[in-house]
Design a protein around this ligand. Structure first.
Ligand code: NDP
Ligand code: ZN
Length: 197
């Protein structure tokens, strides 16, 4: 049982915990793939989200980094919040719970709840959301997922922009990256509309 906060660990202990966390998430997501044509292993996503936080957001709070690595485990695998709390502590469990959708609700309701809830979640959870959306929107810019239309991808950008609206004032660097992504998507979309007119 992790009783002390990841924030109070020594550098060596923290390195061990980050690796334990990555190994935990990799095992949980081992049968899942991203929706790109190549079928990239799902674990690339949470590890990439954590890497965006450290490399591009200059975020080094262990609670945020561990939560980023774990952010899709409860939503997309059999992992429970109790398990997360036991292995990584109550602070990480709380952040993961703030970024976890209730999959028993209909999809459109879940999408709306993300927009409604994002202004009210913790600073730590907002950081995870910013990096998560950067990763997903970059994936969408690279390639339309299997079975999606270009219009569905564009709808996703518009929805993500509304979610991110509620997370503003959290991290200037990450928000500037998102602003650039949203602006270039709008330009591309307008170009596409003009071409088809
Ligand atoms: P989904 O929620 O079904 O899919 C997007 C999620 O898939 C991402 O948030 C991401 O979640 C995960 N993901 C996995 N692989 C990729 C990848 N390669 N690129 C990007 N994301 C990936 O999408 P939506 O239902 O939101 O669809 C977008 C819009 O299209 C909606 O606004 C909806 O109105 C419209 N639409 C939806 C349809 C539907 O059946 N849902 C049908 C037609 C249109 P994570 O971070 O958890 O990995
Ligand atoms: Zn995610």
């Amino acid at each position: 049982m992790t009783t002390i906060s990841p924030r109070d660990l020594s550098k060596g202990q923290l390195l061990s915990l980050v690796l334990k966390c990555s190994d935990f998430a990799a095992k949980k997501h081992k049968r899942q793939k991203r929706m790109d044509k190549e079928g990239t292993p799902y674990i690339n996503h949470p590890l990439g989200v954590a890497n965006i936080l450290t490399e591009e957001g200059d975020v080094h709070d262990p609670v945020v980094i561990l939560s980023a690595i774990l952010h899709d485990t409860v939503e997309d695998t059999e992992t429970t919040f109790e398990e997360i709390e036991r292995e990584f502590g109550s602070e990480v469990k709380l952040v993961v719970s703030e970024v976890t959708d209730d999959k028993t609700l209909p999809k459109m309701e879940r999408k709306q709840l993300q927009i409604d809830h994002s202004p009210h979640i913790s600073h730590e959870a907002k950081l995870v959301k910013l990096a998560d959306k950067i990763y997903n929107l970059r994936d969408l810019r690279k390639e339309i997922p299997v079975g999606w239309t270009a219009e569905r991808a564009h709808e996703y950008f518009k929805w993500a922009e509304q979610v991110i609206q509620g997370c503003r004032g959290t991290n200037e660097r990450l928000e500037a990256i998102l602003d650039e992504i949203f602006a270039s998507e709008k330009m591309e979309h307008e170009k596409m509309l003009k071409k088809s007119a």
